[in-house]
Write a protein that binds this ligand. Structure first.
Ligand code: PPE
Length: 304
C-alpha cells in the first residue's frame, strides 16, 4: 500500500503517519468498529466516488445495529471523502471509512469511550488480480461457516465480522486457492469473505438473500440493476453447494473485487472453465458505468 499525504480523522486532515491509535483502543480489543469499502474511479470529468450515498447510509445502518450513534451524517462523510480525494490528488482509489470505539475505559461495554471516525484513501488495483478479472479465479469451499445473525450480525459491516472472513481467506490461500466460499449454518451458500456470489443457470441469475447471511452488497445491487437493464432475469434464492458445482457461470461482486468470474471450486471446473458470456456482459457494463462512459448511470457517480 502506497501512503497518501493525508487521512481524515474526526473532521480534519492529518498526515498519514500521524494517524495512530492508543494500544488500549476499545475496538482493537473487542472488534467494536463499523466500516465501509468504497471506490472512486477515474472519469473524463475527474475522480468520481461510486454510489457514495449507498455506502455511507450502510455505514450508518451498521452503527445502528451496534447501537453506535455515528457522529457524522452521510452527507458530511461524502464531503469529507471528496476533500480527501482532492487533497491527496488521487485519480482513482479505494476508500476506507471506519468508525470505532476509541481510547477511554477498558471492559466490554464501550460506555463513554469516544467514537472516532477516520477515512483513508489509497490506490488499490484489482483485488483478485487482473488475470482473475479476465480469466476467473479458483475457489475453495471453506471449512469455516459464515457468521449467523444469532452470533454476529452479518448485515452490519463491523470489524468483528472480519475475523470470520480472514480465517476463510487465509485457509483458501494456504490451500493454494485464490478465494473462499462460505456456507451458512443451514448449509446454504452465503458469500465470499469479502464478496457476494452470483450463479447463472439456463440464462437466469441467482444470488443468496440477506436471510442466508449475505451482506447487502452495493456492487451486488449494481449487478442486479445492470442485469435488469440487459433483460436477464435475476432473483434472490437460497442456493446449496451442489448447485454451484453444476452452474453455467459464477461470479463474485464487491467493491474491492468488482466483478470477478469464478472458474473452479475445489478442483471442479465451473461451466466452460473461463469467464462466461453473461458474466462478461455485466462486467463490461459495470466497468463502463463506473468510469462514467454510460450516460444512463451517471447518477451513480459523485465527483470529488
Ligand atoms: N460480503 C462481504 C462479507 C463483504 O465484506 C463485501 C465487501 C461484500 C459482500 C460486497 O459488498 P459491496 O462492497 O457493498 O459490494 N467487502 C469489502 C472489504 C474487502 C476487504 O478485503 O477489505 C470491500 O469490497 O470493500
Amino acid at each position: 500500500m502506497k501512503p497518501t499525504p493525508y487521512i481524515w480523522k474526526n473532521g480534519e486532515l492529518i498526515p498519514w503517519e500521524e494517524a495512530q491509535v492508543h494500544v488500549l483502543t476499545h475496538a482493537l480489543h473487542y472488534g467494536t468498529g463499523v466500516f465501509e469499502g468504497v471506490r472512486a474511479y477515474k472519469t473524463a470529468q475527474g475522480p468520481a466516488i461510486f454510489k457514495a450515498k449507498a455506502h455511507y447510509d450502510r455505514l450508518i445502518n451498521s452503527g445502528k445495529i451496534y447501537q453506535m450513534n455515528l457522529p457524522y451524517s452521510s452527507d458530511e462523510l461524502i464531503e469529507a471523502t471528496k476533500l480527501l480525494i482532492r487533497e491527496n490528488k488521487l485519480d482513482a482509489c479505494y476508500i476506507r471509512p471506519l468508525c470505532y470505539y476509541g481510547y477511554g475505559a477498558m471492559g466490554l461495554h464501550p460506555g463513554k469511550n469516544p467514537i472516532d471516525t477516520i477515512i483513508a484513501a489509497w490506490e488499490w488495483g484489482s483485488y483478485l488480480g487482473e488475470e482473475g478479472l479476465e480469466k476467473g479465479i479458483r475457489c475453495k469451499m471453506s471449512s469455516w461457516t459464515r457468521i449467523d445473525s444469532r452470533i454476529l450480525p452479518p448485515l452490519a459491516k463491523s470489524t468483528a465480522n472480519y475475523a470470520n472472513s480472514a480465517l476463510a481467506k487465509m485457509e483458501a490461500l494456504s490451500c493454494g486457492f485464490d478465494e473462499a466460499i462460505l456456507l451458512n449454518l443451514n448449509g446454504n451458500v452465503a458469500e465470499g469473505p469479502g464478496e457476494n456470489i452470483f450463479m447463472i443457470k439456463d440464462g437466469a441469475i441467482y444470488s443468496p438473500p440477506a436471510s442466508d447471511n449475505a451482506l447487502l452488497g452495493i456492487t451486488a445491487q449494481t449487478a442486479i440493476e445492470l442485469a435488469k437493464d440487459l433483460n436477464i432475469p435475476i432473483s434472490f434464492k437460497s442456493i446449496i453447494r451442489d448447485e454451484l458445482f453444476i452452474a453455467d457461470e459464477l461470479f463474485f461482486t464487491g467493491t474491492a473485487a468488482e466483478i470477478t468470474p469464478i472458474r473452479e471450486i475445489d478442483g471442479r471446473i465451473i461451466g466452460s472453465g473461463k469467464r462466461g458470456p453473461l458474466t462478461e456482459k455485466i462486467q463490461t457494463r459495470f466497468f463502463d458505468a463506473v468510469k462514467g462512459n454510460m450516460p444512463q448511470y451517471v447518477s451513480w457517480l459523485t465527483h470529488a
